[in-house]
Design a binder for this molecule. Structure first.
Ligand SMILES: Cc1cc2nc3c(=O)[nH]c(=O)nc-3n(C[C@H](O)[C@H](O)[C@H](O)COP(=O)(O)OP(=O)(O)OC[C@H]3O[C@@H](n4cnc5c(N)ncnc54)[C@H](O)[C@@H]3O)c2cc1C
Length: 384
């Protein structure tokens, strides 16, 4: 084990998509042979897509909440606490329950969400990106009697670029099912020129679905502010849009503990796109907290964690560290009407992204369920 502690101490910050995949792989490889500490401030994990299921009444909050107390992986100790300071040079992290020192550290703390950064959003609208926001919307949409709905992005970058399009399509389904679609209007405000720029085929299919279902598409715009009294959204081009129900994607930033650690440049952690190494030796970063060049989505965080796991395994075993990140991610896309499509895109460093598109179909809806079930089984060692 070279210059490492007799039992290598690996500190993983964040038990989201990236952190859970990483510790699962390390535990499968080493069992008790390494000392892995996994720190998260939350007491459970929720898939991003489950937030939409809860919001539209397709799942109960309790069914999509996966408590960390169920984590029982050899060699892995879960600590529920908030990281207050990170020193990447000494690999020391101070939390509310004590200080942790590591030989190898992986930062997987995701992106923090700031609804209060958009004037009027909290007073006059709703956000559907936090667990609390999406779960609270369940009652709000159930009580909605129809009217003008805006689904909008308030700043860039934002997680899961397809999620606002999925939300507009699911809203169309929901209102249709409740007999309210005839007296409702759905507008989708997105900063992008196309719904999913790296996949023209997926974008075309979405634009066709919007046109068929009467969803108004407003590209290359952000909602900067809401007037909660007049119920009007102010767009980045200076125009105004009235609404009865506003569903927003809030401002994203790296957690403040990361910003204060000296790890970030322009707000996010730069990493080597092939190895996920930061500028600090034996400190890696994966997922939404990085500026690695892939979209902020769970599948990319997972793929990056797999590479970091391989590299840590090689480091500990003293073998060649050859695993490299290829930038591939496969996302499922809710199309409404119980159908799901699949986008498979590769973001190779320095090249234009390329990818394929399948569906939408009922078969892919079943594949998406299997995608979630297999992760829960792998991460929590149980069947959902
Ligand atoms: C509505 C919606 C739908 C989505 N749909 C999809 C989808 O279909 N497919 C897909 O791939 N992705 C989807 N995503 C995106 C996906 O959820 C994220 O990109 C993914 O979770 C990122 O993984 P991560 O490991 O980088 O961070 P996260 O999963 O966000 O994990 C970060 C963890 O760090 C913890 N943390 C943060 N700060 C601290 C601190 N100071 N101390 C301790 N712990 C801390 C948090 O509690 C959190 O558990 C969706 C997101 C949303 C909002």
């Amino acid at each position: 084990m070279g210059g490492y502690h007799p039992t290598v101490r690996i500190l993983v910050l964040g038990a989201g998509f990236g952190g859970l995949e990483l510790v699962s792989r390390l535990s499968a490889e080493f069992g008790d042979g390494v000392d892995v500490v996994l720190i998260d401030q939350s007491d459970g994990f929720v898939f991003g897509f489950s937030k939409l299921d809860v919001m539209f009444g397709r799942a109960l909050p309790s069914a999509v909440w996966h408590p960390y107390r169920d984590l029982a992986k050899p060699g892995v100790r879960f600590v529920q606490s908030t990281a207050r300071s990170i020193d990447p040079a000494s690999k020391r992290v101070v939390t509310d329950v004590g200080t942790f020192d590591a030989d190898i550290m992986v930062v997987a703390l995701g992106a923090d969400l700031h609804p209060s950064d958009t004037p009027g959003l909290i007073e006059g609208g709703h956000e559907f990106y936090t667990v609390e926001g999406a779960f609270a919307l369940r009652d709000v949409v159930a009580r909605f009697e129809g009217g003008r709905v805006i689904v909008a992005v308030t700043s860039t970058p934002f997680k899961c670029p397809p999620a606002p399009s999925e939300t507009a399509l699911m809203m169309d389904d929901y209102l249709t099912g409740r007999g309210l679609r005839g007296r409702s209007q759905i507008s989708l405000v997105m900063p992008l020129g196309m719904p999913i720029p790296p996949s023209p085929a997926a974008s075309d299919a979405l634009l066709r679905a919007f046109a068929e279902r009467g969803i108004d598409w407003h590209p290359e715009q952000l909602v900067r502010e809401l007037n909660p009294v007049r119920k009007v959204a102010m767009l980045s081009d200076g125009s105004h849009m009235p609404y009865d129900l506003f569903l927003g994607v809030p401002v994203h930033r790296a957690p403040s503990v990361v910003e204060e650690s000296g790890l970030t440049v322009d707000g996010w952690i730069p990493v080597d796109p092939l190895t996920l190494e930061t500028q600090f030796p034996d400190v890696y970063a994966v997922g939404d907290v990085t500026s690695v060049g892939t979209p902020k989505a769970g599948v990319f965080a997972e793929g990056q964690a797999a590479v970091v796991a391989d590299r840590i395994i090689a480091l500990v075993r003293g073998t060649t560290r050859s695993a490299q990140y290829g930038g591939r991610g496969m996302c499922y896309l809710e199309f409404g009407r119980d159908q799901v499509a699949r986008v498979d895109v590769t973001f190779a460093s320095g090249e234009n992204p390329t990818g394929g598109f399948d569906g939408p179909s009922l078969a892919l809806a079943a594949d998406k369920v299997e995608f979630g079930t297999s992760r829960i089984q792998r991460w929590f060692d149980r069947v959902r």
